[in-house]
Design a protein around this ligand. Structure first.
Ligand SMILES: [Zn+2]
Ligand SMILES: [Zn+2]
Length: 283
């Protein structure tokens, strides 16, 4: 399998990932948002440059329903709902008014989004092979189920996947993402909408979707079930990694009959992705 993966990596040198559009802070129902560029960087709002490196504040009443593009000259910006939350993001920001509130959508490349999702979803002390498996699962989910929302691809809650700040470049999260760059799970030639939960309770829940027949597989971790229990089990994956299994073996365990390949696999149709619209990935 290792050999096949290497070959696939070589074949993908020319393949290009498309940006994902992820809505952030929607749970805060923001009316006002503040954007600040990274230190020393310059903010560009639409065609206008804010050369003083200062912050910009937007209000729903003055932003139209057509998206305003906000970019930082080094690709990094800090977005905040004043007094409530502040996060650093990598990518461009689209702001627009929707139902009297501000909608903030981060446009970011797939691998950066995967790193942010792995960091948000994983135990920081999880073994590296478990983090690599999570990276493949999160990437497969993102690539297979774009447009889970009408105006953007994904939200930043458990409805899609948690998405928070991009982790530091030296973190295990990024090492896991880099080591599996572009690798996805496929079933019968299509990218798998790979579901996962925190703890399956001892065996995963069989569910037959027309995209994939989720199997009931035994898991080395029992205890209280947390989440829907379908597919990848995060606690179980950490235990299997501690027992010496590689990320490929861990994924084989939780997703029987699937294969690993590079991101060039045929993407599934959005209509299929909507088969389980309200299924939360975690409790
Ligand atoms: Zn969502
Ligand atoms: Zn489990």
């Amino acid at each position: 399998m290792r050999k096949r993966l290497l070959l696939a990596l070589l074949l993908c040198v020319g393949c290009q990932a498309q940006d994902l559009r992820i809505s952030v802070f929607g749970l805060f129902k923001p009316y006002r948002l503040t954007v600040r560029p990274a230190p020393g960087a310059i903010l560009r709002i639409g065609n206008q440059k804010l050369a003083d490196a200062g912050e910009a504040t937007f209000e729903a009443a003055t932003v139209g329903s057509k998206p305003v593009l906000v970019e930082s000259s080094n690709g990094e910006l800090t977005l905040s709902v004043p007094g409530r939350i502040r996060r650093r993001f990598h990518g461009a920001l689209e702001l627009y008014q929707s139902k009297g509130l501000l909608r903030a959508v981060i446009r970011t490349d797939v691998e950066t989004a995967v790193a942010a999702a792995v960091a948000a979803e994983s135990d920081p002390v999880a073994p590296i092979e478990a983090l690599k498996a999570q990276a493949v699962v999160s990437r497969s989910f993102y690539l297979a189920s774009r447009r889970r929302h009408i105006d953007f691809d994904f939200c930043d809650t458990t409805h899609c996947q948690f998405f928070r700040e991009v982790p530091s470049v030296n973190s295990g999260f990024w090492r896991a993402v880099d080591a599996t760059r572009g690798v996805i799970l496929t079933y019968q030639g299509s990218t798998l909408v790979a579901f996962y939960s925190a703890n399956c309770g001892g065996h995963t829940r069989p569910t037959r979707l027309d995209s994939y027949p989720y199997f009931a597989v035994d898991c080395p971790v029992g205890g209280r079930k947390a989440g829907h229990g379908m597919g990848f089990c995060q606690n179980g994956a950490s235990e299997l990694a501690r027992q010496g299994l590689s990320f490929q073996q861990i994924l084989d365990h939780y997703f029987p009959a699937t294969a690993l390949s590079m991101g060039g696999a045929r993407e599934r149709q959005p209509s299929n992705a909507r088969l389980v619209p309200s299924l939360n990935l975690q409790p």
